[in-house]
Design a protein around this ligand. Sequence first.
Ligand code: PLP
Length: 416
Amino acid sequence: MYIVGQEEIDAIAAVIRSGALFRYGIGSECDRFERRYADYLGTGHVALTASGTYALTSAVVALGIGPGDEVLVPAHTYMATAMAVLAAGAIPVIVDVDESITIDPDAVEDAIGPRTRAVIPVHMWGAACAMDRMMAIAARHDLLVLEDTCQGIGGAYEGRKLGTIGHAGAFSFNYYKNMTAGEGGAVCTADARVAERVKCAIDPCHFYWQGRSDQQKPFAGNGARASEIMGAMLNVQLDRLPAMIEAMRAEKKQILAGTAHLGNLGLRPSPMNSPDHDCAAQVMYLLPSEDAAARFAAVFPSVIAGTTGRHNYTEWDQILIGEGAAHAAMNPYNMAENRDCRRSYSRDMCQRSLDILNRTIMVPTHPLHGADEIADTIHNIGVAARVALGGMSPAEADLRNVQPVDAQKFDLKVPA
Ligand SMILES: Cc1ncc(COP(=O)(O)O)c(C=O)c1O
């Protein structure tokens, strides 16, 4: 997603002109964004950081997860979800997604073992996870829940903002996200103690800038501070967010209504956990076979979830080869504390996920799409469905105004 205009340019220029580029004691944009975003989310605390990856890492650390702990992560997510677990010294355990292409609550429950301490549901491609079930499972098994909301900014689950339902939520503001500052990230939590620990992880000098506290012992953390330029840009991006989400939801609704009749060919929308509240950044269909999905995407430029490279566990090389840190002594896979954690992986360990992902077609929406573009998309989905499922030959496909999909964003790979 990329909507940036004069407002962002003006906001950044104002920071540069003022010379107030550092947040602590000098600028006010980061503080202002953290307050405003917490209000928007309806939670107590937000802390900005340099990336979504570090937002996840600082949240895992702040929640007290570490060596000896397993954390359940889905088979379909950007690899940073699992890397954040390793960065804290814990072990990621990969579990299946279901047809919503988010983590399967049944698979989560089945995967819980004596060492399992937490689960990271990922609101993938803007689609909400089954959060009621997730929180019920977590309560039953005393698990912590960290919502990876990097791809779910602005979305909600049954009216509650994504990121605020678990014990903490992590966001990314990189170039591809619903709010962007080029790069950036944030953690939200309702727990003041966790928020303080997040800030300590983000900036080891945090107590120095903001004052020492008897309540909170500092610990060594990395340096991943946000700049005032990031804060200024995000303050403008936050103003754009509600209208963007509304436009994407309206587009998704129209596309689903306009393609509902294709159910008789076998084109079925993917089941969504909160269809009226999620980000609606994609319209998803679950095709009956991998071949049909491949035929669909070959005719109409769209995305097969299973071919989105780095978003599937089969591409997480470091994990598959057990290189959990740069130094062998810091590698969680070698740590004595992790001896009883499940540490073996294979490329075929989540076949059910791969089957679903290879049958899932995603058609991206965009907040700036107008009525004509939406009508063309509906027409083109109909054509692709007839080719994929109705025996139409690709030569007969009369597509209208086809736009390419962003191959880099979706890390598109030709299916093997
Ligand atoms: C699901 C998910 N988690 C984590 C991240 C990491 O965010 P960043 O790229 O800002 O480090 C991303 C970013 O693409 C993501 O999509």
